[in-house]
Structures are given as C-alpha cells and as structure tokens.
Design a protein around this ligand. Sequence first.
Ligand code: LLP
Length: 422
Amino acid sequence: MEEKNNTLYIDDASTTYLAEKYGTPLYVYSVSEIKDRIGELKKDFLNKYENTTVSYASKAFLTKAMAKLISDEGINLDVVSGGELYIALSAKFPPERIEFNGNNKLYDEIELAVKNNVGKIIIDGASELPMIEEAAKKYNKKVNVLYRVTPGIDAHTHEYISTGKLDSKFGFPIDEVIGEVKKANASEYVNFIGYHFHIGSQLFENDIYLKALDIVFKLIEDTISEIGENIQELNIGGGFGITYTDEKRPPFSFFLEPIMNKINTYFNSKNLKRPIITIEPGRSVVGEAGYTLYTVGSIKNVEGIRKYVAIDGGMTDNIRPALYDAKYRAIVANNVNGSNLETVTICGKCCESGDIIITDAEIPATNTGDLICIPSTGAYGYSMSSNYNSLLKPAIVFVEKGKDTLVLKRQTYKDLVRNDVV
Ligand code: LLP
C-alpha cells in the first residue's frame, strides 16, 4: 500500500481506478503481499528446518483463485468443511496436499474427502473414526489420520477465538486421546500418523506454544509406551498475530524459532526421530494483504455527540467489529494526505445499531462519494460475510504489480432468489 498524488495504491494499482472499474464495496487483495508472506514462511520455516510443512488455513479466505495461488506457491491447504474442500477440488488443488480439519465432520464431508484422496483427516471427535472407516471401506482406501487434542492452554486472545482450553468444543482432552488412538491403530482402514493442536488465533506471545509443547511431549511419550510407536507428524496449528491498528505483527521467526528449537532439542534428547512439523497459518498469510474499499454515502452529525459516516457495506462484509469488538483503521483513499482531520464513526448500512466498522476514526473530513479503505481485512472478512438485509456480497479483485484481475464477481439480485422454490 502506498500513496501517489494523494491517492491510495494497492500493489501499484490505484484504488480510485479499481473502485470505478469494479464498484464498491470491493475486496482487494495484493498478490505480492500474499507471496511475500509465503516467502517469509519458506525462508524462516520450510527451508530452514527439514521435514516441515505449511498448510494454509483456508477458513481465513478461500476462492478458487486463492486455492490456485496457494497451489502454485507450493504449500498445502487446510480445509474444515465439505464446502472448502469442494472449492479447493474445483480449483484442481492436489488432493494429497489437502488436510481436513474441523469439529463435527459429517459423513458426506468425510466421504467427499476419502473419495477424492485427501492427504489427511484430523479427527476432532469420537464420532469421526467410524465414519472414516465406513468411507474408506467403501472406496477401498487407507486414510491418514491425526488426532486433535486440547492441551488445556488459555491463549490470551478473544474468548471466541481461543480454542486450546480444556473447556473447548474442539479436539480431545489430552488424557482421553490415547484410548481413541488405540482404536485407530487397530483399524485396517486408517493410519494413525500423529497429533494436532491449535491454541488460538491473533496471538502475540510465543511462550504459550512452548507450554503446549511440554504437554504434547508428555502425550507423545505416553503414546510410545502405549502403542509402541513414535508419531510421524505433529501439527501445531496457526494463530500468529497481525497488525490491524497499532499492534506490530511479529515475524514468523518470533514464533517458529523458539518452537523449533524446543522441538529439536526434545527429540534429540530422547534419541527419537523428530516428526514432520506442520503449521496452519491463515490470518498471517492473507490478513494484511486484503483491503476493503467503500464509498461514503450519508453523513449524519449528531451535534456535540458524534458524526456518523455511512459506507455502502458494513457488518455483512466485515462482521469482526460487531462479533469480536475488533479494531480497524481507515484511510480516505482519494484524499490520503488530507490535513483537516476529524473524528467520525464509520458505520455500515445494515439495520443494526452494532453495524459499526470503526468508532472514533480520525480521518480527513469526508464527503459523500469519497472512497474509504479499511486495511487488514483479508482474513475472516469475505469468509465470514453474509447476505443480511439481502445486501450483495462484494466482488474480489486480485492485484499484482499494477495488474488487476477479477477473481469473484459481485453477487446480483438474481443470486438472492436463485434457490427460492416459490
Ligand atoms: N488451524 C485451526 C485448527 C484453526 O482452528 C484455525 C483458526 C487456524 C488453523 C488458523 O488460525 P489463524 O492463523 O488464522 O489465526 N473468525 C475469527 C478467527 C477464528 C479462527 C478459528 N481457527 C476471527 O475473525 O478472528
């Protein structure tokens, strides 16, 4: 993101040009920024430590173009539903590089995964193994499985995105999982290959991963003594924090260096082969690479109290402020250097008082027709979007070095009635 002639540019494309060409609201992704983040993962993880893999957590953002980009960049893909799996398969993402995560997988989803030779299934609950066995039997396959555990760690992040606590709907309590693993180990339809955990999201501390590792190491020792085999893979999830307002995104190495040192030291000291280490970053790959453009509509000044600047989208394209009280920053994209700053509340057009994108944003004075850019909307923006109030989901444009490509069309009114059976 840079400024030229008082206008905001994203990956060398003018935002006013993009808004004119595609309309607003508009999700814009900088492909260069996504590639930079993946490049950093290669430098600080994949190329630095052998036997490591990265599965991009597609829940953060997925379209066919994104699946293709991830495939071309050579990293793996994590999906958590039949829908995400379908998008990936539609984009011809190599199935053996897909892992299927998520709680309460349904039989149809498992069957879709097994039938299409998905690389791994991460078992999240006791209902899943029998369904995997049934599908494996039907298609004459043997399925690689990991077990997700909750290390009982409380990540200091928003409660809704803290997932590693004992009191969590995800995964198996650590002291119950071996009983489940024994069932998998005895099954002719699955290969038990290891464990998975994910502590939480938008994390800025590295010591909680280290604490979780201590707990998981003990589990690995118990597993070796109970089933007589070391694990082949350990998946430590995602969760690396990014910049929304004034937080500073730590480099991947801030998390991964101490993690890998601890893992390598542990397995060396035990004279055990170190399993493949997998990470599942979502937000940190796409979050800062995505921007949302909106046009200012009505402006309402409640004298002495607050000035509301309404934009042409809102909680339908970015639910995070309403859901998590998430904070964002705003840029007046057609007047980046404007000097007459004022404090305004940027609100959406949904019939909800909570449809506020930013409370008290300090931006140059705006008028109807101005273009507002909200940075850092690349993760969990489009993927959590809705059609509330029957607003249309925005288009998505990928930009790379000034070249813009439409990757997802804006919805039309016809899309809203497409599935109606009168
Ligand atoms: N792996 C697993 C098993 C996960 O549950 C998640 C996120 C990730 C990886 C990726 O985490 P990331 O690197 O993106 O932090 N909608 C929320 C975030 C929910 C995250 C859920 N799990 C938000 O908008 O903040």
